[in-house]
Design a protein around this ligand. Structure first.
Ligand code: NDP
Length: 455
């Protein structure tokens, strides 16, 4: 149709947008994608990927110590921040390049500039002023760090966007928030030798996670030397003469630190995109309201990923983008199922979780049998490290179905990915029981829990 310049215009070349663009192009659609930042989006450029590399770096601290118990001796290790920072930046650049190659290979036209929606079928490119007529528009602009309401001196803090590029490793770091980002970076920087304080408004960290996991993670954080200030907010941040920051709190003494990292959540990246003006229904958090097909209230405009504020995780955005492209351009309609999504929190120790927590399952009206196991991992018996692994199965008492699995301990992200297959298939506790244990491993405990601790 000469009426449209492209079949699909994607705004945002992150995980969800890139997947949708490539799949749609593969189905023969003429696709254009715009990105105002670096190609790759939050996950690749300033999220999951560089974060996980930092996590690896931080865990060497304990590996060096643990090795001694196994007979190894070596000169005292030293850590060099610029080496890590620059290596991670290099890897991010490599991955961003691969994303670009993938788009090129699929025949997707790339515009490296901001794009906004002008009407149901028109996208305006900010730098060139070009108006592109599109049969379909997909908004995949992700999220952005939020620190609201603003406080005096808030500009003296940084967000997770900047933390990957610190000029030097600070002596002290204050982290505000008690969610994924706050705790992952607290664990990273504490192990790199920074004195870390986490200041959180709630009475415990990781609201929404299973209570037994929350309690044990909190103990582990404190054991790692992270100072936790709970039930407290920051009212004001001031700059001290020596360049450090002083955060004044709603209760207790102020906290001084060279770096204040705000990790108080993220909000959908929709400001100034022209969506409401184009008739797109927006939610209270600024998200695009979509249906199960990722369609907005304007039939030609869809949205996937964090900008829709459903389940804000990279693999979910990718799956939503794929479903959209197959459904609209491939003649193969299908929907992303958001009910069971595994996730990991890359703290040390790590959390792996899939399905319902005990409290969530009770609130949903299930009668439960709870199986749990807490033990010292084998490696710690010789390394001497004081650490515990905790595993919990949340089982529906009537159907025997495993509703949730929750693990705190080494490699729990890796373990939970495999367990998620069973949980997604609807495995029962009897299925777990007839699975033969793999010995010696930590994960074998998942199939050897015989007696319900609580029911
Ligand atoms: P989270 O929603 O996980 O945590 C936000 C934290 O900030 C909560 O502890 C919240 O407290 C607190 N908070 C919110 N608003 C305020 C405020 N105004 N003042 C003080 N505290 C506040 O967000 P993150 O920023 O940590 O991460 C964003 C999202 O990114 C995650 O939800 C997740 O979807 C994704 N992510 C996933 C990762 C992974 O899979 N490993 C890693 C990193 C991010 P309260 O609990 O009281 O609301």
């Amino acid at each position: 149709m000469p009426d449209f310049d492209v079949d699909l215009f994607v705004i945002g070349a992150g995980s969800g947008g890139t997947r949708a663009a490539r799949i749609a192009a593969g189905h023969g659609a003429r696709v254009m994608i715009a990105e105002e930042d670096r190609i790759g989006g939050t996950c690749v450029i300033r999220g999951c990927v560089p974060k996980k590399l930092f996590v690896y770096a931080s865990r060497f601290a304990e590996d060096f110590e643990d090795a001694a118990g196994f007979g190894w001796s070596a000169p005292a290790p030293a850590f060099d921040w610029p080496t890590l920072r620059d290596a991670v930046a290099g890897e991010v650049t490599r991955l961003s390049g691969l994303y670009r190659k993938g788009l090129d290979a699929a025949g997707v036209a790339i515009r490296e500039e901001r794009a906004t929606v002008e009407d149901a079928h028109t996208v305006r490119l900010a730098r060139t002023g070009e108006a592109v007529r599109a049969r379909h528009i997909l908004v995949a602009t992700g999220g952005w760090p939020a620190f609201e309401p603003p406080i005096p001196g808030g500009e003296l803090a940084i967000s997770s966007n900047e933390v990957f590029h610190l000029p030097g490793l600070p002596r002290r770091m204050l982290i505000i928030g008690g969610g994924y980002i706050a705790l992952e970076f607290a664990c990273v920087f504490a192990r790199l030798g920074v004195a870390v304080t986490v200041l959180h408004r709630g009475d415990n960290v990781l609201r929404g996670f299973d209570e037994d996991i929350r309690v044990r993670l909190r103990e582990a954080l404190e054991h790692a030397g992270i100072a936790l200030r709970l039930g407290c907010t920051v009212d004001r941040i001031e700059l001290l003469p020596d360049g450090a920051r002083r955060a004044h709190c709603s209760s207790g003494a102020p906290v001084d630190a060279e770096v204040v990292l705000v990790a108080t959540g993220r909000k959908p990246n929709t400001a100034g995109l022209g969506l409401a003006e184009a008739g797109v229904e927006m939610g209270r958090a600024g998200e695009i309201v979509v249906d199960g097909d990722s369609a907005s209230s304007v039939p030609s405009i869809h949205a996937v990923g964090d900008v829709t504020n459903r389940v804000n995780l990279t693999p979910v955005a990718i799956r939503e983008g794929h479903a959209f492209a197959d459904s609209v351009f491939g003649g193969k309609p299908w929907r992303m199922d958001h009910r069971i999504v595994a996730s990991a929190v890359f703290t040390t120790p790590e959390i792996g979780t899939v399905g319902l927590g005990e409290q969530q399952a009770l609130a949903a009206g299930h009668e439960l049998r709870i199986f749990e196991s807490g033990f010292r991992p084998m490696k710690a018996t010789i390394s001497g490290r004081a650490e515990r692994v905790y595993m919990k199965l949340v089982v529906d008492a009537k159907t025997d179905r495993v509703l949730g699995v929750h693990i705190l301990g080494h490699d729990s992200g890796e373990i939970i990915q495999a367990v998620a297959i069973a949980v997604t298939m609807g495995a029962t506790k009897a299925d777990f029981d007839r699975t033969i244990a793999l010995h010696p491993s930590a994960a074998e405990e998942l199939v050897t829990m015989r007696t319900a601790r609580r029911s």
